[in-house]
Write a protein that binds this ligand. Structure first.
Ligand SMILES: *Cc1c(COP(=O)(O)O)cnc(C)c1O
Length: 395
């Protein structure tokens, strides 16, 4: 089996976890579409359940197609292993369930992906878990929110849809001093642009629905652990709660991920051009993009990320009504939530993805009513700019 852990990222993206099939030599990882695996003897079955034999038993407990994807993403993030999950939210919940108990406290980024925050506030609170959400772009806010019972510091950088950055290394230092684990939702950056484990995080998770799959045709998630003890804990909880991955779903992500490097490069270049165009447009009141010098944390973006990513947020002069005209007039950009696919998507967070937060919570997190989020895809950038120009002219 080839070991690509020492190779460069573009090589790892294509080869990590992908070994010619031992039975047939198939180069593309087969879809092992089976719920269960036959044992050659009673002793072999017993040895597999005892853990003495690493062979497969039952797909919820492990499947070769899912394992190939887990090895691939663990390699890209520089982790020791990963657990594939049915959705990004199944990955988020695997982390909460693995590391939290009654009496524990979480410090999280205030502009966290909506459901990741709401489930702590509305459901984990019923089991005695408390959570405080702060603007983690200032590490002093994280330090001030940490309590003796804080077990998890849960970060999203860049945050959605404010594109505020969090200094992962600085937060990891503060969290570790207090004995808390650091988890980073790396969905917005992907391992091509940011590797949180290298910056001191303990656990990284993704909604693979977004950049890792990249084709807007699968929902899926994954959690990567930096240390074996955390991986074992995650696996124990995840296999029992059952939010595991289907082999066909894993195969689709394995297929999609092969172009991750190419897609990120193109989408990011397009996003920078779109951000520059918007910044120069008289009907745009503000633009937030980590790759622009005008981003308040442009220095941190240059230190922590390889580029500004593919998401741009902006405000249209005239507020919500003007923004609505833009998102309804564009033709190439599709009015839809989600991001990270080859097609450009545009949405209005305050009435869509972040409508579950109260207005004061949204305001505190910097999600203003005029904010429009564009997830830039891989189309010809001139067509994207023409499309936005036409929509802005309609305002
Ligand atoms: C989409 C998303 C999730 C949730 O993922 P699903 O696959 O929809 O369950 C979590 N975090 C971030 C940052 C996301 O964008």
């Amino acid at each position: 089996m080839k070991d690509v852990r020492k190779k460069r990222l573009a090589t790892q993206i294509i080869h990590a976890g992908q070994h010619p099939d031992p039975a047939t030599g198939a180069v593309s990882t087969p879809i092992y579409q089976t719920s269960t695996f036959a044992f050659r003897s009673a002793d072999e079955g017993a040895a597999r359940f005892a853990g003495r034999d690493k062979g497969y038993k039952y797909t919820r407990l492990g499947n070769p197609t899912v394992a190939a994807l887990e090895e691939c993403v663990a390699t890209l993030e520089g982790g020791c292993g990963a657990i594939g999950a049915a959705t990004g939210m199944a990955a988020v919940n695997a982390v909460y369930l693995a590391f939290l108990k009654a009496g524990d406290h979480v410090v999280g980024t205030d502009a966290l992906y909506g459901p990741s925050r709401l489930i702590l506030e509305n459901e984990y609170s019923r089991f005695g878990v408390a959570a405080t959400f702060v603007d983690t772009s200032d590490v002093a806010n994280v330090a001030a929110a940490i309590r003796p019972e804080t077990k998890l510091v849960y970060l999203e950088s860049p945050a959605n849809p404010t594109l505020k950055l969090t200094d992962i290394a600085a937060c990891a230092e503060v969290a570790h001093r207090a004995g808390a684990l650091v988890v980073v939702d790396n969905t917005f950056a992907s391992p091509v642009l940011q590797r949180p484990l290298d910056l001191g995080a303990d656990v990284v998770l993704h909604s693979m629905t977004k950049f890792l799959n990249g084709h807007t045709d699968v929902v899926a998630g994954i959690v990567v652990a930096g240390r074996e003890e955390h991986l074992a804990r995650l696996r124990q909880v995840h296999l029992a709660t059952g939010g595991t991955m289907d082999p066909h779903q894993a195969w689709l992500v394995l297929r999609g991920i092969k172009t991750l490097g190419l897609r990120m490069e193109r989408a990011q270049a397009n996003a920078l051009a779109v951000a520059r165009f918007l910044e120069g447009h008289p009907k745009v009141s503000w633009v937030r993009y980590p790759g622009l010098a005008s981003h308040p944390q442009h220095d941190l973006a240059q230190r922590q990320m390889k580029g500004g990513g593919a998401i741009v947020s902006f405000g249209v002069a005239g507020g919500l009504a003007a923004g609505k005209t833009v998102i309804e007039t564009v033709e190439i950009a599709t009015l839809a939530v989600s991001l990270g696919g080859v097609e450009t998507l545009i949405e209005h967070p305050a009435s869509m993805t972040h409508a579950g937060m109260s207005r004061p919570e949204r305001e505190a997190a910097g999600i203003s009513d005029d904010l429009v989020r564009i997830a830039v895809g891989c189309e010809d950038v001139e067509d994207l700019i023409d499309d936005l120009g036409r929509a802005l002219a309609a305002v």
